[in-house]
Design a protein around this ligand. Structure first.
Ligand SMILES: [Zn+2]
Length: 144
């Protein structure tokens, strides 16, 4: 949230500085061949997959579960569920509609596109390579 406030923009790209919740620069996007990354759509979770799609989707992949597993497997970092904060959906196109809603649009990303980040402090990055099995943007088929 501090990143959005500091740059006065919900979209991230080259030059964006990702801010900590203590308003300290953590990472800077120094290269970006995609140009659009979502800060508002959130990460998938068993609960959101159930609400958005269907009760039978509850047991499918969920990014929140991947992160919970990662912190459970790395006690050396001393992280808990409270440390998992707002996420960035790199390569995800979630434009804001004129009515103020969010839409999940077809990706503007493609194989070979990348984002390069420069750390401004020691950071721990949790990455979930989400297959997006149920969103229309993937036609429910994960792509390379
Ligand atoms: Zn996900």
């Amino acid at each position: 949230m501090d990143t959005i406030r500091a740059q006065n923009n919900v979209y991230l790209s080259t030059g964006t500085v990702l801010m900590s919740n203590l308003n300290k620069p953590m990472l800077e996007i120094v290269a970006d061949t995609c140009g659009r990354h979502d800060t508002l759509g959130g990460a998938c979770a068993t609960e959101s997959n159930t609400v958005r799609y269907a009760l039978e989707k509850k047991c499918m992949h969920a990014c929140r579960d991947s992160w919970m597993l990662a912190i459970a497997e790395h006690e050396e970092y001393g992280l808990s569920k409270r440390d998992i904060t707002h996420n960035i959906n790199f390569f995800m196109n979630v434009p804001i509609s004129h009515e103020g809603g969010l839409t999940f649009e077809d990706g503007i990303s493609a194989p070979g596109k990348y984002v390069e980040l420069e750390a401004k402090m020691d950071v721990i990055v949790l990455i979930s390579n989400c297959p997006q099995l149920t969103t229309p943007v993937t036609d429910t088929i994960p792509h390379p």
